[in-house]
Write a protein that binds this ligand. Structure first.
Ligand code: C2O
Ligand code: CU
Length: 469
């Protein structure tokens, strides 16, 4: 009797002790520095000083240069109406969602003062696709503390590249972006049309309006499509068009195409140029919303989705990159998988990077001036829109097939299950940069790591109040 009870206890301990250990081991500390996350991966290059060096809040735009464009953004927790009867309980910038469109010319210094009036969890601004100085990157707990109610934060950056970008909160981003804290950022003086697409409570909208949204336009018109949602979106039109830019980068030698859809990944952008004559041109956005370029106000008829998809791997004509990927000084793998386990004590199917689960993931270590190659592969069963902060990368190949068209520059890349992309970029913007999935719930589930310049430190910590994902 006694012996069998002891045996039962021993058996229970034998089963539970490892479980308890794994559970304990999976718990995230109450607060930690992103720089201490995981393990350094030097990508085959030389190991530099990890840590002690320059604090990232010194990596700023020139302090003595006056701003060319300056504005204030006030964040609020509030309800707003998309259309009569379509109320969203969410967040606004300057009283509306999407927030105001920010426009600047290439080379101008942009200064935005973020004021948190009433977002209880705090708020930040991240400039998606813009290679800002690290101190202005807006990642709560990595490049700043989330701005609590009643406080403010100033962002300053030079708009070095023309193109289509957007901004969003990077505090609790999987909730705050979905519920309204985002807007368009366009670096261009051209009078063109923005199609900022977002799903609020199951309603797909363009520029905050549901359904088919008319815009007065005639002649050659550039439509800047921005996907602020968590999944890829097909974009098409019945008219011939040219895909003139991807993620803010101009396509070289963009030819006219017909009968093909463009895939805009989550967080990604695509600029389509069309000719508008007397008849309306409908730019279909995923099939449940459309921007209608119309001289007359006529909305036209919905255009059925074409069966073919434009492949940027072979679109346009080659041009120089400005660097040679064959001189790479670092080579990284970013292999995405999934497996059962515990994350912060929670059992589930969790994402892995190179077989490691958050936060025990590789920290991609570089030095300024490195030419970096990164192979991103996905064996996780789902598509992932992979987004690197602070840099743009060029696609070299997909599944071993070399790119043959225009340089295909991306900051957000749709990586389907089973796909492998080879990317290259120059490490020319010191700091600590998130490299994560822009399906934001996936990021919140741990599909996040960082690119870190040796010697850069962060005075901020991920904690109860700083939750970047
Ligand atoms: Cu658009 Cu890390 O984000
Ligand atoms: Cu993902």
């Amino acid at each position: 009797m006694r012996r069998s009870r002891l045996a039962a206890i021993a058996a229970t301990v034998a089963v539970l002790a490892p479980v308890a250990w794994f559970w304990q081991h999976s718990l995230l500390p109450d607060s930690y520095s992103a720089t201490e996350m995981g393990y350094p991966d030097w990508g085959g290059g030389h190991a530099g000083a990890h840590g002690a060096g320059i604090p990232l809040d010194r990596l700023t735009a020139p302090a003595d240069r006056p701003a060319d464009v300056s504005m204030t953004m006030v964040a609020r927790r509030q309800s707003f109406d998309l259309a009569p009867g379509m109320r969203v309980d969410g967040y606004t910038f300057n009283g509306r969602s999407p927030g105001p469109e920010i426009r600047a010319r290439q080379g101008q210094l942009v200064e935005v003062r973020l004021v948190n009036e009433s977002v209880p969890e705090g708020v930040t601004l991240h400039w998606h696709g813009v290679d800002v100085p690290n101190a202005a990157d807006g990642v709560a707990g990595v490049t700043q503390d989330a701005v609590p109610p009643g406080e403010s934060f100033a962002y300053r950056f030079v708009a070095t590249r023309a193109g289509t970008y957007w901004y969003h909160s990077h505090q609790l981003s999987h909730e705050q972006v979905r519920q309204g804290l985002f807007g368009a950022l366009v670096i261009s003086e051209a009078p063109d049309v923005v199609a900022l697409v977002h799903v609020y409570n199951g309603h797909r909208t363009v520029n905050g309006l549901p359904g088919a949204v008319p815009v007065t336009a005639t002649g050659t018109t550039r439509v800047r499509v921005i996907n602020t949602d968590n999944g890829p979106m097909a974009v098409w039109t019945g008219a011939p068009y040219r895909l003139v830019a991807i993620d803010g980068g101009e396509v070289h030698g963009a030819a006219v195409v017909t009968g093909q859809a463009v895939t805009v990944t989550a967080g990604g952008r695509a600029d389509l140029e069309v000719e508008v004559g007397a008849a309306p041109v409908r730019v279909e956005l995923g099939g449940s919303a459309a921007l209608v370029l119309t001289p007359s106000g006529d909305l036209g008829q919905p255009v059925p989705k074409p069966g073919r998809v434009l492949d940027p791997l072979h679109y346009g004509t080659p041009a120089t990159l400005g660097f040679d990927p064959d001189t790479a000084t670092r080579r990284f793998e970013y292999a995405i998988g999934r497996r059962p386990g515990l994350l912060d004590g929670m059992p589930g199917m969790w994402w892995t990077i190179n077989g490691h689960q958050f936060p025990d993931v590789p920290m991609f270590m570089v030095s300024e001036g490195d030419v970096v190659r990164m192979r991103v592969s996905n064996g996780s069963g789902e598509v992932h829109p992979m987004h690197l902060h602070g840099h743009r990368a060029v696609v070299l190949s997909r599944n071993g097939e070399p790119a043959s068209g225009s340089p295909w520059w991306v900051d957000s890349l749709n990586v389907e299950d089973g796909e492998t992309y080879e990317l290259a970029f120059v490490a020319d913007n010191p700091g600590i940069w998130m490299d994560h999935c822009h399906n934001l719930p996936h990021a919140a589930e741990g599909l996040v790591t960082h690119l870190m310049y040796a010697g850069v430190t962060s005075p901020y910590r991920i904690s109860a109040g700083n939750h970047p994902e």
